[in-house]
Design a protein around this ligand. Sequence first.
Ligand code: ADP
Length: 281
Amino acid sequence: MEERMKEMQEQEKRVQTRLGKIRHKLAILSGKGGVGKSTVTANLAVALAQRGYRVGVLDADIHGPSIPKLLGVREGKLTTSRTGNQEIVPVEGPLGIKIVSLDFLLPSDETPVIWRGPMKMAAIRQFLADVAWGDLDFLLVDLPPGTGDEPLSIMQLIKDIDGVLMITAPSQVSQLVVKRAIGFTRELNVPLVGIVENMSGFICPKCGAEFNILGNGGGQKISEQLGIPFLGKIPIDQRICEDSDDGMPFIVKHAETPAAKAFMQVVEKVEKYLEQQRGRS
Ligand code: ADP
């Protein structure tokens, strides 16, 4: 038991040393699954890499690790470095983005292997402690959805997160869960970059009319109520889903669409937030 405690303390030290070298760490969270958290993470990673930043993504969504698929590297394999210190080498994706995900460790879709929650969490802890990210400007962490033990322990382990991006759908139900998730980050004392309202309205490509399929303005309303910056609304676009299935980042393939432009606005606001943070410190 004592041995195990010591091991964990040493692992935590390695996490701090390793992550301490990364310039900015952003976590992406949502109150519940299916609101586009991973889609936003993947597109944000690409947008930052397009701007010349060195970007890494830790896919810590243990329930549905989808970043490798979204970035077209599902066939990738994690390896250990040859230096003898057992560092894990990330898979390199588009624009040099470094990717680490449980998905690389899971067998192919056809082979059912049961990975229990604690085993997955142990793998995430090991990723945080032992991945050789190299020189990174940004590490984006795609957290498990919700306010349970898993996102909590990951955020506690990372410690100096620059900020959390909260992703929500515009509906009423989502507003409730997102409020709970915001309370959660406040309890943890982690700063919020702001709220992104995803799947916000649908613009008909044929007639240009706008339909609020999942409601409208929920994220914006919370941001006003709770005094949290609003980072933007990303509309529903069928091509986001299609591009995700092809492993092609939407903002690269469809840069001229309103949804891609909305993504870019989110990125600009993230950059501004970090500038302000720097100004403060
Ligand atoms: P989460 O990570 O929150 O579980 P995902 O990013 O996996 O959610 O997204 C869930 C599904 O919704 C995916 O099939 C994705 O392609 C789709 N999706 C996400 N955002 C949009 C959007 N703005 N328009 C259309 N489809 C979207």
